[in-house]
Design a binder for this molecule. Structure first.
Ligand code: NAP
Ligand code: MG
Length: 401
């Protein structure tokens, strides 16, 4: 066949350790033979981030703003131990954090559902996509210990510094304690709402948003109100697409989601998203089957796997031992980016290729060929799961593709 042509490039962000090995193999085995792949390459591997003073991360995010579509390999977020392991000049910040700040985006996490790999919640036969509002609340709070006999107040000053309200939080009469102040911004909540509604429409998923506005009347009430206002703009489109939007209390949302068959978008406040995304990811089985996309309010997309660089497997690989690392989430990061690039540029054959690659990947597992993490989770009548090594798995997909 003639290679599929692209118009605009995808921003390619390379990464670290085992996922960097998979990255090259995925390209060599599954993409380059079929696509005249156009990417703008940024090496976000830790050695290059260190060599460039981390400017490469900022440049890759700016390129994503320019071109609209990026695909990212997992990267190391340095800690004390990595400082000496990589002989770093500085403990560089998390690349994902840097990219998210520049794109002001929302992260949507979605599991890849395969027949034979059952969720821990048996009714969840379709993916639950979770969106986390990654700004403010307790993650940007100030807190203090309070001595016995002290009083804590919530004080608001106007821009001239004039006090306009002072409310007692608590009188610590006869006991020590703690106090915390947190905030959120209307602009951030509003852009989160827009991004969620738009994603729901694009993916044709009904959507739930929940807070605790019965208790937190003003704070959570503001979230509820802004979502209500923003939804007015999407109401007709939702109706046309045959999907619904439900606002409810977080307790009720948890109950509804657990009883559902999946197939919905769950928009969460920052803390709820932190906790619930781990719950949902665990319930669907393996980290290797969870994808993630960062979507900015102005419609820029960065696709990646939700897992890290799989360090333990990389150290085995360095010792020359065989690895069986799941590449599905990274493959789906590529197919997500290729599909989006194809949609934006009107390239039907690029979209079709990405869909075929996804189907070939899913079929490979459904027919019993998979990486080691999936073997104990796989139950399908008449199919005995076979463990393949990292490369054999990619070749098994290629043979079906
Ligand atoms: P991890 O790389 O996600 O791996 C944790 C464990 O989960 C692995 O040891 C493995 O379990 C299993 N696992 C994860 N992905 C797998 C896959 N694709 N196939 C098979 N098994 C998989 O998390 P980590 O070890 O805590 O973090 C390693 C590095 O990744 C850290 O430097 C961290 O900073 C970075 N990180 C990056 C991102 C990102 O770029 N988005 C996200 C998270 C972490 P077994 O060992 O039992 O096989
Ligand atoms: Mg968490």
């Amino acid at each position: 066949m003639a290679k599929i042509q692209m118009k605009m490039p995808i921003v390619e962000m390379d990464g670290d350790e085992m996922t960097r090995i998979l990255w090259k193999d995925i390209k060599d085995i599954l993409l380059l033979p079929y696509i005249d792949l156009k990417t703008e390459y940024y090496d976000l591997g830790l050695p290059n981030r260190d060599a460039t003073g981390d400017t490469v991360t900022v440049e890759s995010a700016l390129a994503t703003k320019k071109y609209g579509v990026a695909v990212k390999c997992a990267t190391i977020t340095p800690n004390v131990q990595r400082m000496s392991e990589y002989n770093l000049h500085e403990m560089w910040k998390s690349p994902n954090g840097t990219i998210r700040r520049i794109l002001d985006g929302t992260v949507f996490r979605a599991p890849i559902v395969v027949e034979g790999i059952r969720s821990y919640v048996p009714t969840w036969t379709k993916p639950i996509v979770l969106a986390r509002h990654a700004y403010g609340d307790v993650y940007a709070a100030v807190d203090e210990k309070v001595a016995s006999g002290s009083k804590a107040f919530l004080v608001i000053e106007d821009k001239e510094g004039k006090e306009i309200s002072r409310r007692l939080v608590h009188d610590f009469n006869g006991t020590t304690g703690v106090v915390q102040g947190m905030h959120n911004c209307d602009d951030s909540i509003r852009s989160f709402a827009h991004t969620c509604f738009r994603y729901a429409l694009e993916e044709k998923l009904p959507m739930i948003f929940a807070t605790k506005d019965t208790i937190s009347k003003v704070y959570d009430g503001r979230f509820k109100q802004i979502f209500e206002e923003v939804f007015e703009e999407y109401k007709d489109a939702f109706e046309k697409a045959g999907i619904w939007y439900l606002y409810t209390l977080i307790d009720d949302a948890v109950a509804r989601v657990v009883r559902s068959e999946g197939g919905l978008l769950w928009a969460c406040k920052n803390y709820d998203g932190d906790v619930m995304s781990d719950m949902v990811a665990t319930a669907y089985g393996s980290l290797g089957m969870m994808t993630s996309v960062l979507v900015s309010p102005d419609g820029k997309y960065e696709y990646e796997a939700a897992h890290g660089t799989v360090t333990r497997h990389y150290y085995k690989h360095l010792k020359g031992e065989e690895t069986s690392t799941n590449s599905v989430a990274t493959i789906f990061a590529w197919t997500g980016a290729l599909k989006k690039r194809g949609e934006m540029d009107g390239l039907g054959d690029l979209v079709a290729f990405a869909e075929k690659l996804e189907r070939a990947t899913i079929r490979t597992i459904e027919e019993g060929e998979m990486t080691g993490d999936l073997v104990p989770l796989f139950h399908r009548e008449g199919v005995t799961p076979k463990k393949l090594n990292s490369k054999e798995f990619l070749l098994a997909i290629a043979s079906r593709l």
